[in-house]
Design a protein around this ligand. Structure first.
Ligand code: URA
Length: 219
């Protein structure tokens, strides 16, 4: 297992280096740091957000701003330390629009997500988590299509990349934006989704992770 972990770490480091060198999108030249992803390369749970924000861009790490702090709490609620999962985004560079006081965050566009998709697919391929948790509509749409409506369609299991069970819940930044009674309502829904993730991971694992051997067995 140690060897397997080291191998995966090496593959992920190669992916991170390629992402850092990528300039396919304009945001590749505007960002301070690329934010490839981090966490346990053998994680059973992979969390996928939308794209890096200002703090992430500054530090080169995913989910380290306010939304990240809430994500850490969400993970802790289902028994995970942050280091035990693998965390990344649909795009590796911070999408921005010009603002009066400097660049402001925006959602990644379809072209940016498409350009970045090979990096994400490779991360999924390397980590082969048992469950993927997509945070927010842009991440969900990147897997489930443009018609995906988060309020109606979150909280169910979908078939994600390479057959991995995929759950969608609200993005922690969305939870933080709620006020009044909405806060409790949204938190309840997120909690239900997180519990479903925990329950899925508590099921006995399949005999052999799907097709994993094909990737890492000697040719
Ligand atoms: N929001 C995201 O979607 N990803 C991050 O890494 C941080 C905030």
């Amino acid at each position: 297992m140690l060897e397997e972990r080291a191998k995966r770490e090496r593959f992920l480091a190669q992916g991170a280096a390629l992402a850092a060198a990528c300039r396919k999108c304009e945001i590749g030249s505007q960002r301070r740091n690329s934010v490839y992803g981090e966490g346990d390369p053998c994680a059973s749970l992979m969390v996928i957000g939308e794209g890096p924000g200002e703090t992430e861009d500054l530090l080169g790490r995913p989910f380290v701003g306010r939304a990240g702090q809430l994500l850490d709490k969400m993970l802790a609620a289902i028994g995970f330390a942050r280091e035990e999962v693998y965390i990344c985004n649909t795009v590796k560079c911070r999408p921005t629009i010009p603002g009066p006081r400097g660049p402001k965050n925006r959602a990644p566009d379809l072209n940016e997500m498409a350009n970045c998709r090979p990096f994400l697919d490779e991360q999924i391929e390397i980590v082969r988590p048992r469950v993927i948790l997509a945070l927010g509509a842009p991440a969900a749409k990147s897997f489930l299509g443009r018609e995906f409506q988060i309020t109606k369609m979150r909280g169910r299991w979908y078939e994600g990349p390479v057959g991995i069970p995929l759950m969608v819940t609200f993005h922690p930044a969305y939870v933080l934006r709620q006020t009044g009674g909405e806060v409790t309502a949204v938190k309840r829904m997120v909690w239900a989704d997180l519990k479903a993730v925990r329950a899925k991971l508590d099921e006995p694992p399949p005999e052999r992770p799907v097709e994993q051997a094909a990737l890492f067995d000697a040719p």
